[in-house]
Design a protein around this ligand. Structure first.
Ligand code: IFM
Length: 469
């Protein structure tokens, strides 16, 4: 049933247990500062469903997930969390938890037709959603591109075609003119590393191409799209913040040998510097092309100045570290560590990596903008038992990562907020619905939402913080 708030299960645990809870940050944590924003994040294709409603066009993820063998269990985003119909109840849920900000993304194929004309019904959906969030006093962090490229653009080469960057600037223009005033912060792209490397470099994500040269060219056009959109967003919506979101990776050496140290460095070059150097230094790192010889993209005069347009914030997404050794040639290979804590994704839990990277970036980039942790969280095989979900590992994960954020703040990094990934379980790309990242459980058969214990504790902390201020 659409917008049925009664479909939200009430938690079975008391949020006011007398003992010290396993989540609340230490009393000297910077997270107690009331201007440190705490929110939750989602993305359009992962939650909306309604893929062919109200004039939405197909995206590359519709095509990819419909291709046998590409997504676990053949799952697709056709229904997902049915958020397109349940958005009001989902906003109530967010507000009920006391979360202060919501990071969402706009589906490009929902708001613009193939001729570049607005799709009013799609735009109205986001106007209603953002309007309601504002009414509830929730800050809005809007990503323009969280991977759902219109299929008609992919049919013309997608991010391998320079023209896609200009089409993105047109899309940014349309959306920011329409939604001006209801967005606190615009992010152009989410995780260009994933779009370029997983989408065009190894084919694990849509559109499923696998060629190293494609990856670097796609990245260049993605970053160019970002750089072209920034001045457009500034002109149309001057009061909002503008930035980009990068997923960063920590690489650690498997031994003290110089070769392994170099391997770990190169891991971070391709994961972090590939994106952050052009954005913040106006140049690609030369070492990237030592690692991947012969993959230099075609870069036109002026592109790097466009890409390095000043931004108001940098969004950082962090999940795990990768332990590597030298591959004996000019690269690295992963050496998975034994006996370490891992999540349902198999990713190692390593909060120190987040702190170390943030502190490192402050040293590397003298113009490092203010940072928001725009995603952090973990997947676990959560089950509803007696009406509740006791996601113990997630609670501990969040506490440790928030402590790492606090340590980075204390080391002088300007970090202004943190968004949990994710508000609710959702379509986890090539892993479909099996992997559950939400602080709210979703029963995909009934669309019933159940608040997990982690969400209760985050909510309790936010309440306490509010009472103290
Ligand atoms: O679900 C994704 C999200 O879309 C982008 N960042 C990583 C998350 C977990 O894999």
């Amino acid at each position: 049933m659409a917008n049925d708030a009664s479909a939200v299960a009430t938690p079975s645990h008391s949020a006011d247990a007398p003992h010290v809870d396993p989540f609340t940050p230490s009393s000297d944590s910077s997270l107690w500062r009331k201007n440190f924003l705490l929110g939750a994040a989602t993305a359009s294709y992962q939650i909306e469903g309604a893929v062919d409603e109200d004039g939405r066009l197909p995206s590359i993820w519709d095509t990819f997930s419909a291709t046998p063998g590409k997504v676990l269990a053949g799952d697709t985003g056709t229904v997902a969390c049915d958020h397109y119909h349940r958005w009001e109840a989902d906003v109530d849920l967010l507000a009920g938890l006391g979360l202060e900000a919501y990071r969402l993304s706009i589906a490009w194929p929902r708001v613009m037709d193939a001729a570049g004309q607005p799709n009013r019904k799609g735009l109205d959906f986001y106007k209603r959603l953002l309007g309601r969030l504002k009414e509830m006093g929730i800050q809005t962090y809007v990503t323009l591109y969280h991977w759902d490229l219109p299929q008609h653009l992919e049919d013309r080469g997608g991010w391998l075609n320079r023209d896609t960057a200009y089409r993105f600037a047109d899309y940014a223009d349309l959306v920011s003119r329409e939604l001006t005033g209801s967005v606190d912060a615009w992010a152009t792209l989410n995780e260009p590393w994933c779009s370029a490397y997983l989408g065009y470099g190894n084919g694990h994500h849509a559109p499923g191409l696998a060629n190293g040269r494609f990856a670097t060219q796609a990245m260049h056009h993605l970053l160019l799209a970002h750089g072209l959109a920034i001045p457009v967003l500034r002109a149309n919506d001057p009061a909002s913040q503008k930035g980009i979101v990068a997923n960063i990776g920590r690489g650690t050496p498997n031994s003290d040998s110089a070769a392994d140290q170099r391997a770990a460095h190169l891991f971070e070059v391709q994961h972090n510097a590939w994106i952050l150097d052009p954005l913040l230094k106006g140049a690609y790192p030369n070492e990237l092309f030592d690692l991947w010889p012969g993959t230099e993209p075609l870069v036109l005069d002026g592109d790097l100045q466009t890409i390095a347009a000043p931004i108001d914030f940098l969004g950082i997404n962090y999940y795990f570290r990768t332990n590597v050794e030298s591959d004996g040639a000019h690269g690295f290979r992963e050496v998975p560590l034994e006996g370490v804590e891992r999540t349902q994704m198999g990713w190692e839990v390593h909060p120190d990596g987040l702190r170390d990277l943030l502190v490192g970036f402050k040293g590397t980039y003298r113009n490092l903008p203010p940072i928001y942790i725009t995603e952090n969280g973990m997947a676990s095989d959560d089950k509803v038992v007696d009406g509740g979900v006791d996601d113990t590992q997630r609670i501990s994960f969040l506490k440790r990562h928030l402590a790492a954020v606090d340590q980075a703040i204390k080391a002088g990094v300007d970090i202004r907020g943190y968004f949990l990934w994710s508000l609710m379980d959702n379509f986890e790309w090539a892993f479909g619905y099996e992997r559950r990242f939400g602080i709210v459980h979703v029963d995909y058969g009934t669309q019933k939402r159940t608040i997990k214990r982690s969400a209760e504790l985050v909510s309790k902390f936010l309440k306490e913080r509010k009472e103290k201020s």
